[in-house]
Design a protein around this ligand. Structure first.
Ligand code: PEP
Length: 255
């Protein structure tokens, strides 16, 4: 099972099509020097096929920013797991807090998405969990994490060769410019691991899961995260939009 460190760029809706193409070309070129770990970029849907052509089956992988929970049908505007796979995606983000907030994705929807994606060969779900500022202040983080993981994964099976990524993304840290303290991330990642152990058993979690951190990772703070025992990579939003910054962050994580 692939347990390489991974860095995932979430470009959100921050780049137009031409800007996406430009950045993808720069990444393809600059990352030639990196031969360890895994790099994934998640462009907007409209730019996916163009980015696929640029990456051209190389070592930089493609991911979707979200997905629907059915593979075909009358679901206007949605994109299914198997369409994403057909478009060249090997990863897909599920349950990002911005989707929970702005399009009201709820526990049930996230669970259905995870279930459908797990049914598609070679499409790896990146399931986001994390507490908001109020939950943190009132010491409810651990409960929130356990609850979100149970709702997302409860009752599902992970096949022997299936890979899953859980991204711990404290909502208050996303886009704020202030990352979590690394020691606090390590603690939260342990909670995530224990909750997953409860659901799937330790062996499955050790073999099939990677736990990564997301929330204001930048060129300055990334060094403090690289040696954490329970960190298998990072999900980067703002820090992935500039090629030099993204390259520096990637070098620290996988270089
Ligand atoms: C994210 O939105 O997943 C994220 C990690 O964003 P940022 O790095 O900008 O905080």
């Amino acid at each position: 099972m692939n347990k390489d460190h991974i860095i995932i760029a979430n470009w959100k809706m921050k780049l137009g099509i031409n800007e996406t193409i430009e950045l993808a070309k720069k990444i393809k070129d600059k990352f030639k020097k990196i031969d360890k770990g895994e790099v994934v970029v998640c462009p907007n849907f409209v730019a996916l096929m163009e980015v696929k052509k640029i990456l051209n089956g190389g070592k930089i992988k493609l991911g979707g920013q979200t997905v629907f929970w059915e593979n075909r049908g009358a679901y206007t505007g949605e994109i299914s797991p198997d369409i994403l796979a057909e478009a060249g995606c090997e990863y897909v983000i599920i349950g990002h807090s911005e989707r929970r907030k702005y399009v009201l994705e709820n526990y049930e929807m996230i669970h259905k998405k995870v279930k459908t994606v797990l049914g598609i060969d070679n499409l790896i779900p990146i399931v986001c969990v994390g507490e908001d500022a109020k939950e943190r202040k009132t010491d409810r983080r651990d409960f929130v994490l356990v609850d979100q993981l149970q709702e997302a994964f409860g009752g599902l099976n992970i096949l022997k060769n299936q890979q899953v990524i859980v991204a711990y993304e404290p909502i208050w840290a996303i886009g704020s410019g202030v990352a979590i303290e690394p020691s606090e991330a390590e603690y939260a990642h342990k909670i995530v691991r224990l909750a997953l152990n409860d659901i799937f058993g330790m062996q499955t979690v050790d073999n099939n899961f990677r736990i990564i951190y997301g929330g204001s990772i930048d060129t300055k703070n990334v060094e403090n995260f690289v040696d954490l025992e329970n960190l298998d990579g990072v999900l980067v939003g703002g820090g992935s939009l500039d090629i030099d910054n993204f390259y520096k962050i990637a070098q620290a994580i996988i270089g």
